[in-house]
Design a protein. Structure first.
Ligand SMILES: Nc1nc2c(ncn2[C@@H]2O[C@H](COP(=O)(O)OP(=O)(O)OP(=O)(O)O)[C@@H](O)[C@H]2O)c(=O)[nH]1
Ligand SMILES: [Mg+2]
Ligand SMILES: [Zn+2]
Length: 362
């Protein structure tokens, strides 16, 4: 593909995307990456500068679910106008990965967080945000999306070093293969350690509760305070988010980072492999359950329940697994029902329109 420039390669357009490019149907379209998602518009770039973008009507009309819209990090086919000051997004390229979560509250739908992420940093502040169950929730979401997780424990300056070591150990005891690193945004050498985790042309995202220091870290990585962070306030300000939209930043080192607003509620959608990968010791045990379709709740001959009884499996971890498993099944069923209803509604509209047309003609 002769049109492919080094610019998009530097933005992370690798062999996988090359192989998934529909080069025959380009028809004047260029490949660009979504750098920011705003309310009704986007910012894209094909390497040179950021360009304002909107969606082509056809994409909007044919969209039937949130996944049909571009997310930050997406690669798209776009047409550029007016000396590259305006562009129209025509199609979304296949995604290597897609991070999504259930919309907060009772609503059964999901939101896109980011696309084509290679590594997700789960940031937890060690002073008051550290929580194993929430960490497991994030891991399920990340594993489900085929993304590599790394845990960053922030604000290490606020507690004694022994407590920092103990927190890392607590995670490692249960998930020995997980990469865990502590840091403080106030330490230059810690910043170097985090920088050491970043590789050029790879895309990273920062996930975690509000106030844990994601944007502060990003500003430190950039080397200037480009983005707004939150002033330290009392607990009552928990709900206020400093970061309100999603943007992809290319660092001087060539790595790309997406900052996200803190999530108050992390609802996972239907998760299958995500649960299995996060709770692999439960999966191992379940191979010895008497029944193939054992739900590990009441069954006789359940190896998971026996391990629990013997104290070989953490009770809290077990309960979190069962809880997320139930949620996942519930969300999937409700979503299927919702889609079914939407489809029926769509059919009804079409029928009405058809009758209307017949009537109009007569
Ligand atoms: N003591 C200490 N404070 C920190 C550290 N990192 C960030 N902070 C402070 O924590 C507050 C919140 O930081 P932000 O970077 O805005 O947090 P955020 O995760 O981006 O929050 P949202 O955008 O709301 O999701 C700010 O006042 C920071 O100065 C750290 O390592 N140590
Ligand atoms: Mg922020
Ligand atoms: Zn079982």
């Amino acid at each position: 593909m002769d049109k492919m420039t080094n610019d998009i390669v530097d933005l992370g357009f690798d062999k996988w995307f090359q192989d998934n490019t529909d080069s025959e149907n380009l028809e004047g379209l260029e490949i660009a990456r979504v750098m920011a998602v705003h309310k009704d518009s986007y910012t894209v770039t094909s390497g040179k500068q950021d360009v304002f973008a909107e969606l082509v009507g056809k994409l909007v009309y044919s969209a039937t679910s949130p996944v049909d819209y571009p997310a930050v990090g997406d690669w798209v086919y776009a047409r550029f106008y007016d000396e590259n000051t305006l562009s129209i997004i025509h199609r979304i390229m296949p995604r290597k990965s897609l991070l999504k979560r259930k919309t907060p509250g009772k609503k059964i739908d999901f939101q896109l967080i980011a696309a084509n992420i290679d590594v997700a940093f789960i940031v937890q502040a060690m002073d008051d945000d550290f929580n194993m169950r929430r960490l497991e929730r994030y891991l399920v979401m990340i594993h489900e999306s085929n993304i590599t997780p790394i845990v960053l424990l922030s604000k290490s300056d606020l507690l004694p070093p022994e407590e920092v070591t103990e927190k890392i150990r607590e995670i490692k005891r249960i998930m020995p293969h997980l990469h865990v690193q502590s840091f403080s945004n106030k330490s230059q050498s810690d910043l170097k350690n985090v920088q050491g985790l970043l590789n050029p042309r790879m895309t990273y995202c920062l996930l975690g509760s509000s106030g844990v220091g994601k944007t502060t870290l990003l500003n430190n990585l950039i080397g200037e305070s480009v983005f707004k962070t939150k002033a330290v306030r009392k607990k009552d300000s928990k709900g206020r988010h400093a970061t309100t939209y999603r943007q992809l930043i290319k660092l001087g080192s060539g790595a790309m980072v997406i900052d996200t607003p803190g999530m108050r509620e992390l609802g996972n959608f239907s998760v299958d492999t995500g649960l299995d990968e996060t709770f692999d010791e439960i999966v191992d045990l379940s191979k010895q359950c008497q029944f193939n379709d054992c739900t590990h709740v009441i069954e006789k001959g359940c190896a998971v329940l026996s391990a629990l009884e013997r104290g070989e499996l953490s009770e809290k971890r077990y309960h979190n697994y069962i809880k997320m498993n139930k949620e996942s099944v519930f969300n999937e069923m409700s979503y299927l029902q919702k889609r079914q209803k939407d489809k029926q509604f769509g059919k009804m509209c079409k029928t009405i329109m058809k009758h209307k047309k017949i009537k109009d003609r007569t």
